[in-house]
Design a protein around this ligand. Structure first.
Ligand code: COA
Length: 124
């Protein structure tokens, strides 16, 4: 498996794709957290692994590679926002040393209804 840099997307913000034998198994991306200069060293995480490849370490390796890329690109912190019931994702984040910051009430929308969202963070 290897992770490949995907496009430019504003240079500092990497998108990594995990591949095995030419098949994409998942991706992880760092997104801008805020347009304000004060938060320039904070990146926001998105990650997705193909259903059939889950539980085999792809997510952990992608996240480790994204953290390393973020360090190289001058980021100080990664934040993420997840639904509190997403146990698989929280297992991954705990494994990688993210801590729970707190829960935003009705911050998101799920099936057209307001949904609570958990914020997590990791200092790099
Ligand atoms: C969350 C996600 C990226 C995890 O990727 P993954 O490749 O399955 O994760 P890994 O195999 O690297 O496992 C990492 C950790 O997740 C947890 N985990 C993974 N599969 C699990 C399972 N079947 N049951 C319980 N915990 C599990 C474990 O804590 C594991 O750590 P460990 O191996 O040290 O025990 C993947 O489930 C996914 O794409 N989900 C849908 C999209 C999503 O929810 N994205 C996050 C939005 S916030």
């Amino acid at each position: 498996m290897r992770a490949r840099f995907f496009g430019d997307r504003r240079a500092r913000y990497a998108t990594l794709v995990a591949e095995r034998e030419g098949v994409a198994l998942g991706w992880a991306a760092l997104n801008p957290y805020s347009a304000r200069a004060a938060y320039d060293r904070v990146g926001d995480l998105s990650i997705y692994v193909l259903r059939s490849a889950r539980g085999t370490g792809v997510g952990s390796r992608l996240l480790a590679a994204l953290e390393e890329s973020a360090r190289r690109n001058g980021f100080h912190k990664i934040v993420l926002f997840t639904f509190p019931f997403n146990a698989l994702a929280q297992g991954l984040y705990a494994t990688r040393g993210f801590r729970e910051v707190g829960v935003f009430r009705e911050q998101g929308t799920l099936d057209d209804r307001p949904a609570d969202v958990m914020a997590m963070e990791k200092l790099l």
